[in-house]
Write a new protein. Sequence first.
Length: 281
Amino acid sequence: MEKLKVGFIGGLTNGKIVYDYLASNKFVDLCVALTYNDSSGMARHCELDGDLIRSNSANEFKDQFVDRNLDMLFVAGWSELLSAEILNAPKMGTYGFHPSKLPFNRGRSVVAWQIEDGVTSSGLTLFKYNEYPDGGDIVAIENYNIEENDYVDDVLDKLDFATNCLLKSYFPLIRQKLVKVRIQNLSEGNFRRLRNDNDSEINWDRNSQVIYNKIRAVARPYPMAFFLLNDERYYVNRSEIISFDIGEDEEPGTLVATLFDDSLVFKTKDGFIRLSEVLKK
């Protein structure tokens, strides 16, 4: 039995799912694999076992992929934009995953943006790379829900599960050249920019739900939402929209109470929110 020559670029927990699947698949010769080095500091960093190239840039090792005469390449848990030389090298194409229903929410920081926007239903897209970011042909979409009490780590767990489902269902079809792809209509959808530190600052002049969603979107393992109090920065990992008996006439952003468990109650535009797991940095 002639095996397919497959390459892998990725990391994090979803990347480990893809790497482990390929490494154990009897139809695959995983002849080159690259992952983050152990000091990457990435959220949900997950060490992969085996003889891998360890670097935070795959493009610096493009010859390792271009010169291998690969049949296909899989990318998962990797944020770097890959060069055209790498993407176009495999004979059967390069495949990856994106945590939205493409063509909607292409781009960066997509999970956090969706949670902050209050999205309740999304999907993980398995697609074939081209040179346009997140613009390649769609293989399949695995739906997932974002519940009211889901924080970003909960959603990332769901994406790991969806990754596993898509890979087991569609890799055999890709391998046998039986998969039917759907061309994206890039005139539809939208593009998300990379979030920055300013996007994580709490604006007390917003409704409680908006603030609650922001906290969920960037909670651990992400950097967490923050607010300023007496010129000091505080980070918040959990919150709850509550009713409160006092402080209704206070201005938004007023610290109304410190509770017995050290959680903080703040006035918002339309009510109150209780902040817990608050850290000063």
